[in-house]
Design a protein around this ligand. Structure first.
Ligand code: XMP
Length: 516
């Protein structure tokens, strides 16, 4: 079922910026999907694209094992835009030549435009030069018959080309990166001027088409969804509920590793503000028992993960026959799970670890086409409150991996109180949304302090705050000293059992965001 009236299909040749092309096009309210370069021509046709983009990539087109898309891509009667490697491939497949050059261009370059239409409509030709971003060692040497050069740069005499009678365009630079100042204009000219798209992909239209698709997939069957209170599961539940109402049951498992008041506020919201059917399972004793005296971080994670599956299975069994599991897989997870030319995927997606296989359930993943910021936009459109939508990520194993070593009720109590102070002060100072994550970690090592007239010998809290785009890499946040001072002062004064606060200044890699 083709859910989208218009669709730009990107064939991915492995560039690190392929996802950005999709982002930039969706920002124009045009739907866009990324597929492997090797996608068959039948499959491409079946997608009914409005236009095709060949992405950049790390290889050279003349390598014996260079990735090629099917040359029939140029026989579909559709507009095609080649970017960097994609441009070189187009030129080579249509009869031109690409050569290796010692004049590599990496980073900013100056583009002189020679055309006033096509990709460059509305842009000033000749001087002034336009700043673009390049990343290539090869360049186009011979222009194929039927093509003409439309722009040049210092080291690329054919920095952009177009076919004179067919809608084929090639650019050596990367229009998707912000350093290409004319990038948005170029992509906009492609999708609107050349592909004639209409900019009608909005969250409202996404909701309509997705609701229809879920209804068609589910029929009269039952669906369950693990609700964690995080953005992705909340938005998934809200969307699936909109489609099938009471056929959906959400299961919220309180594993005793949540923050202060978290379970209550999540349940209150979903029960009072939505008509969602939510089963809350109090599994605090079970999980704390499972974690009793467990020191190894991996064993903690495994026990929490397996415990979750067990509780979830038990609850689902009580409901009777369930056919589907709804989960909040996002687009980056889908792309990262696909391997490129046999290389290992960057990370294998795991969400509700292993549940579908164990329970033999079919998956409903209504967010699998969306990026995180689009999920937030969707959540707002569905009426979820801002505090649910703009929450910082919280790991599945919860506070269990923020207490080093054994998890006890007493330690949970300490880390919870410290955590509340960190969140309160980050929000009050407007730093909460500026950072990716900010939290307290309990180090149950005793250090000496002095309080009043007495010597103390108590725990350490480590404050962790990081900036990141996708959690794959991260740097410690440059929080003002004054704010660090307020957080430290409050924790030491207000949390019994803590007499020292330290700030973690490690980046990822080599450290990770969580301490365990
Ligand atoms: P690390 O510690 O690997 O964390 O740098 C990267 C991001 O993932 C979150 N995280 C998890 N999220 N289940 C989750 O749902 C997990 O087991 C898990 N472990 C880490 C972490 O908070 C950070 O945002």
């Amino acid at each position: 079922m083709n859910l989208h009236n218009e669709k730009i299909v990107i064939l991915d040749f492995g560039s690190q910026t392929t996802q950005l092309i999709a982002r930039r096009i969706r920002e124009q309210k045009v739907y866009c999907e990324i597929h492997p370069f090797s996608t068959s021509i039948e499959k491409i046709k079946a997608m009914q694209p409005t236009g095709i983009i060949l992405s950049g990539g790390p290889r050279s087109v003349y390598d014996s094992d260079a990735p090629h898309s099917h040359p029939a891509v140029f026989d579909l009667g559709l507009p095609v835009l080649g970017i960097c490697y994609g441009a070189q491939l187009m030129i080579q497949q249509l009869g031109g030549e690409v050569e290796n050059t010692d004049k590599r261009e990496f980073g900013k370059a100056n583009l002189i435009i020679q055309a006033t239409d096509g990709l460059f409509a509305g842009l000033e030709p000749g001087v002034p030069q336009h700043q673009v971003w390049m990343s290539h060692g090869d360049r186009i040497k011979k222009v194929p018959d039927g093509f003409q050069t439309t722009a040049e740069s210092d080291h690329s005499p054919h920095a952009a080309l177009r076919h004179t009678s067919k809608p084929f365009f090639a650019v050596q630079f990367h229009p998707e990166v912000v350093h290409t100042l004319i990038g948005t204009d170029v992509l906009r000219n492609f999708v609107f001027g050349i592909c004639k798209c209409k900019a009608d992909w909005t969250m409202a239209s996404f909701i309509d088409s997705t609701v229809a698709a879920i209804q068609a997939q589910v029929g009269t069957n039952k669906v369950i969804c693990a609700l964690s209170g995080g953005v992705d599961s909340s938005v998934t539940a809200a969307l699936v509920h909109k489609a099938i109402g009471d056929q959906l049951t959400c299961i919220y498992v309180d594993n005793g590793l949540m923050r202060i008041g978290e379970s209550e506020s999540i349940l209150r919201f979903f029960r009072e503000k939505s008509q969602l059917k939510v089963i809350a399972v109090d599994a605090v004793d079970f999980f704390l028992n499972e974690l009793d005296n467990v020191l190894d971080p991996e064993i903690k994670r495994q026990r929490i993960g397996l415990g979750f599956i067990k509780i979830f299975e038990e609850e689902a069994a009580k409901l009777g026959h369930v056919n589907f599991l709804a989960q909040g897989t996002l687009y980056p997870d889908v792309i990262e799970s696909v391997s490129f030319m046999g290389e290992a995927p960057i990370k294998s997606h795991h969400n509700v670890g292993g549940l579908p296989e164990v329970m033999k359930l079919d998956l409903i993943e209504p967010l699998r086409e969306l990026f995180k910021d689009e999920v937030r936009e969707l959540g707002l459109e569905l009426g979820l409150p801002e505090e649910a939508i703009f929450r910082q990520p919280f790991p599945g194993p919860g506070l269990g991996i923020r207490i080093m070593g054994a998890v006890t009720r007493e330690r949970l109590n300490i880390v919870r109180q410290a955590d509340v102070i960190v969140l309160e002060e980050m929000k009050k100072s407007d730093w909460y949304r500026k950072v990716w994550q900010s939290f307290a970690v309990l180090l149950p090592i005793q250090t000496v302090g002095v309080m009043g007239d007495g010597r103390t010998y108590e725990n350490v809290i480590a404050l962790r705050s990081v900036d990141s785009k996708d959690a794959m890499t991260a740097d410690w946040s440059k929080i003002p000293y004054d704010l660090l001072g307020v957080i430290s002062g409050r924790i030491i004064n207000e949390v019994r059992g803590v007499n020292r606060v330290v700030f973690d200044i490690s980046s990822k890699p080599p450290a990770t965001i969580e301490w365990e």
